[in-house]
Design a protein around this ligand. Sequence first.
Ligand code: SF4
Ligand code: FES
Length: 246
Amino acid sequence: MDLTLFVWRQKGPDKAGKLQQYKAKDVSPDMSFLEMLDEVNEKLIKEGGEPIVFDHDCREGICGTCSQVINGIPHGPQELTTVCQLHMRKFKDGDTIYIEPWRAKAFPIVKDLIVDRSALDRIIQAGGYISAHTGGVADANAILIPKADADVAMDAAECIGCGACVAACPNGSAMLFTAAKVTQLAMLPQGRVEAAKRVCLMTDTMLKEGFGNCTNHYECQAACPKGIKVSFIAKLNREFIKAQVS
Ligand code: SF4
Ligand code: FES
């Protein structure tokens, strides 16, 4: 395939950015999207140009670093798929592809397609952990957890902290991310001990970091590569209300 790319280039946080046109030639449908960008960068380097800077790590859909908006959609056109797991067979010869970084007030651009997502880390640091003393390693079946609760906790734990939910939301809200992290711990007996304190600290940090509020657009759910549902936001709200009266 031969493709035309328009890629966001920005030298630094305070510099002006713009979409720059590139040609990607002989792209194999079996390449991943990031491999296609690797090839474009190889060519740029050989020609003495500056390679396109983009974030990636695992390339297996588990680390959440590959943050690109492709043709206006965070993580691109394939549902439940991160950019690194997106393959070029999703596109066709002659296509024009627009590639931009996450756009949100709380995610300042570092360079080109890389944004600073440390605001999500600070939400976790505020309370996304268990610090209660839980004693020695217990037998696997010593603390019984209803299967339905364990399933919800596992579903919530699928969140990889990529931030696509924030990029997709017109308010730049991190409610889906925070809801997944709060729920993951609140569903388990070990996490219940600090549940009230946790939800207050994490939501407070979320607001202080400049994320917007949820006004039920559901764009977060549509963009999430891990299928985190907005029902977790309802759970977050219930946890928050419970914390106010506890
Ligand atoms: S909720 Fe989904 S979109 Fe948001 S950070 Fe977690 S995995 Fe990414
Ligand atoms: S590079 Fe790790 S999820 Fe895409």
